[in-house]
Design a protein around this ligand. Structure first.
Ligand code: PMP
Length: 325
């Protein structure tokens, strides 16, 4: 059953043969080479979220938010969907809304990668670029301002405070991981952006498999290079953030995430984004402290959107010029 099937009995708004029906049910892959130093009975598995049609984990909450807004009559009456995003959520909104004929306006920090901005443009979203120095919080404040000023024009999806965000993971990511590990998962590790992935999946696992330990991680500093993640102590706290579930997050350095992102490409054939590298750094830290166990983490997206990040890839170029003979 897909995320979409859960609601189809109530609504025929999104056709059963659409792209949206392929959200979720992503592969769970074992890591085999970056884990070589772990004890033999400790395994690390990753959820390959770039298999979603919009290319990231954010398809899950975007689809659930859009679906519930249509069911509630909030969207589809000529209003534009409005939200702030660092990129991936916007790409998911724009993908599904294009197919539904719903216009989209997004507040995006101007520092978002050029690939993200180009993709959002390609999908026809209206973009409002916000001060790069204010990061994702600047985009949140802009979206709030527009929503308050033009209530008839916009429906404010508000991914940071919208319960449909974490519920998407409670309904899909959590059950998929439980099923794909045959209930054998011992630790779940995820990064914090809106916190939807961690809160929704963590809540499901805590309820159904109470032996599972859930561990969140965040960047180690307010200014960091982990696109999509938030340093919670210095950021606007999302309304869906659940302090009691999160506890004290692990901290991951940008440089360690960069290094792991390159290793995942070269040693595992996993061409992923920087927050995925960070997720594996955190998962390996947890795994290295165990004698046995199955650690699962989420790899939110693929590496394509980060190719213009020269600092990340160029220092590790593997090209060779053959000498003239
Ligand atoms: N990594 C990337 C690349 C993301 O785009 C996001 C979403 N902002 C996350 C991680 C964090 O996911 P969540 O919002 O569910 O905490």
């Amino acid at each position: 059953m897909t995320l979409l099937d859960l609601k189809l009995t109530e609504s025929n708004t999104i056709p059963l043969d659409s792209l949206a029906c392929h959200v979720g049910n992503t592969p769970l892959l074992p890591l085999r080479r970056v884990t070589l130093r772990l004890p033999p009975r400790v395994k690390v598995f990753v959820k390959a979220e770039w298999f979603n049609p919009g290319g990231s984990v954010k398809d899950r909450p975007a689809l659930n938010i859009i679906q519930n807004a249509i069911l509630n009559g909030d969207l589809g009456r000529g209003k534009r969907l409005l939200d702030s995003t660092s990129g991936n959520m916007g790409i998911s909104y724009a993908t599904f809304c294009a197919a539904l004929g719903i216009p989209v306006t997004l507040a995006v920090p101007a520092s978002a990668s050029s690939e993200r901005i180009a993709m959002l443009n390609a999908l026809g979203a209206e973009l409002i670029l916000t001060d790069p120095l204010e990061g994702s919080d600047g985009a949140i404040l802009k979206a709030r301002e527009l929503a308050a000023e033009f209530p008839d024009k916009f429906w404010y999806a508000n991914q940071y405070d919208n319960e449909s965000n974490w519920q998407a993971h409670y309904l899909s990511t959590g059950p998929e991981i439980a099923r794909q590990t045959n209930g054998q998962i011992t630790h779940f590790v995820a990064g914090l952006g809106t916190s939807g992935t961690f809160v929704g999946t963590g809540r499901y696992l805590n309820e159904r498999l109470p032996q599972v330990k859930t561990i969140a991680f965040q960047p180690d500093a307010p200014f960091h290079g982990l696109e999509g993640l938030k340093h919670m102590p210095s950021a606007i706290k999302p309304g869906i953030y659940d302090e009691s579930l999160v506890g004290t997050p692990l901290e991951v350095r940008t440089e360690a995430a960069h290094e792991m992102t390159i290793r995942l490409a070269r040693e595992e054939g996993l061409f992923v984004g920087i927050s995925s590298g960070a997720a594996v750094v955190a998962a390996l830290k947890i795994a290295s402290e165990l004698d046995e166990g199955a650690v699962v983490t989420v790899l939110p997206d693929a590496g394509y959107k980060y190719l213009s990040d020269k600092k990340l890839w160029e220092g590790s170029l593997r090209t060779q010029t053959f000498p003239d003979v």
